[in-house]
Design a protein around this ligand. Structure first.
Ligand SMILES: Oc1ccccc1-c1ccno1
Length: 230
């Protein structure tokens, strides 16, 4: 799978792409991530502006349509298949595990990271991206949202998680509507907090029943909305 990330701050992704699961997935060529600096598409002036004031007045600046559309079209021409275009924005459809599973079936995703007050509306009108939000809050830019999407999608790609770390039982995975149960490892007791006896009983049926009960209780307490019919 390939990600193309269009951004004003490509350097933001450098450390992120060399660490942990994603770093290993890139090394094993299970995924490719290409950053594209919008400033490379700015008018050839010394200052290279890619933003400007909104018509009609109002606070902040907008990212101009010309560098953005030219950048996306140039990136698409580089590869033989057109990418699915995702624009990160607070106004978008809420990202969730189901969307992550859908994105993971796409060969190529292009993530458009806005800054300032976002993109000129013609970026959306011309490129017709899917507009996606990672939650009801405001960030300084789309880069963090893009990392969230890359992180959630890459772990679903074949071969990224070893069999022992399958995502199949994760909270929200593949329609799973219960939060995950509490997990414990050694030591068996720490500061008076012991591992529940059932987990060291060897009774796999009892362990499964305890985990199911814990998941249901935790979901009722924290996310009762997940138990309502869609
Ligand atoms: O707050 C933002 C600013 C720019 C681009 C995206 C976002 C955002 C907020 C929530 N999901 O995406």
């Amino acid at each position: 799978m390939r990600f193309d990330i269009v951004t004003l701050f490509p350097a933001i992704f450098e450390g992120y792409m060399t660490q942990g699961l994603l770093g290993k997935a890139i090394q094993r060529e299970l995924v490719q991530i290409h950053q594209h600096d919008l400033r490379d598409w700015a008018p050839q002036t010394t200052h290279k502006p890619v933003d400007d004031k909104p018509f009609g007045g109002g606070p902040g600046m907008l990212i101009q349509v010309e560098p953005t559309v030219n950048c996306v079209e140039a990136v698409e021409k580089k590869a033989d298949q057109s990418a699915r275009r995702i624009l990160l924005t607070p106004q978008g459809k809420r990202f969730d595990q189901r969307m992550a599973e859908d994105f993971a079936t796409s060969g190529r995703l292009m993530l458009l990271c806005g800054r300032y007050e976002g993109f000129d509306q013609r970026v959306t009108d011309i490129l017709e991206p899917e507009e996606v939000s990672i939650g009801d809050f405001v960030l300084n830019g789309g880069e963090v949202a893009a990392m969230v999407i890359v992180d959630a999608v890459v772990r679903l790609l074949p071969g990224v998680l070893g069999d022992e770390n399958s995502s199949i039982d994760d909270s929200f995975s593949r329609g799973n509507r219960l939060l995950e149960f509490p997990q414990y490892t050694r030591p068996r007791e720490f500061r008076g907090h012991a591992v529940p006896d059932v987990l060291t009983s060897g009774d796999h049926k009892a362990i499964a029943a305890w985990r199911e009960q814990q998941s249901l209780q935790r979901t009722k307490q924290r996310r009762s909305d997940l138990l309502r019919d869609e």
